[in-house]
Design a protein around this ligand. Sequence first.
Ligand code: F6P
Length: 324
Amino acid sequence: IKKIGVMTSGGDAPGMNAAIRSVVRTCAFHNIECYGIYRGYEGMIEGDFVKMNARSVKGIINKGGTVLKTARSKAFRTKAGRAKAFEKLKSEGIDAYVVIGGDGSFTGAMVFNEEYNFPVIGIPGTIDNDIYGTTHTLGYDTTLNTVVDAIDKIRDTASSHNRLFFIEVMGRDVGHIALNTGVGAGAEEILIPEEDLGLDRLLESLRRSKQSGKSSSIVVVAEGDKIGKNVFELADYVEENMTEYEVRVSVLGHMQRGGSPSCFDRVLASRMGVKAVESLLEGKSNYMVGLKNDVMDLTPLNKAIKGRSKINMELIRVSDIMTV
Ligand code: F6P
């Protein structure tokens, strides 16, 4: 392997820049050429490449977003799109790549690998932490801190007005962000897709907390939770059935994906970049790098996608006890 490409794909996550920096510098360390691929698979199809060296990634370890930009490519889902991408990589002489992204990005990498036997290693970059084979995806830790900070601020106004707040956090299919920030910020209830609390039990729990002397409450709702049609309808339902509280909704939205990465994410990104490049150089392909018991590990891409990381059930019990 002489030239390695690096790209970010799918939803951006804090720490992606630190991972790009690590890939580029690990290539430099091993005297391998490195090319940035702009806008994920879109840029691969268009041949939007930039030659990078150790100095091109200075001053980005602390930056949110991704300097290589990102996209969710429809064209790469077609055979014709992938054929174009292969031609562009070949004509530039790129013979392996590192993709930093989530399950959609890894699915694309696997299909491409099946068709063209093109060496690839994935770095899990998504705030959702919904990937099997790593206890932490890149960006997840930063997002937890961002969300806890936001909930703390909402609590100030909630308690000043004796209000009940429903706070929707990201997590398309999983409740990791909701569960951890809910415990971390002391939420009254945490609604996640993995556990169906039911409307009756929710009302019961909120009534109980009111009776126990609480004047305000926070309910953290994962975006993917199915209890109500959406968080606004859920809030309306609760307000209609519980006159004890004045209810408000706050959807935190995309601010959860921004900001400077935490130290944890910067270190994780640096480790993952080294492992990804060195794995390619050892002839490995079609794996994702991950963190397990504080050791860098490899998981086959198909397992990483299908496995889905499980939520920590202990946290549900801890939350129940804390809100006694
Ligand atoms: O997968 C990361 C994520 O931030 C999800 O939590 C969220 O549902 C989704 O991306 C939002 O995607 P978009 O950037 O298309 O709005």
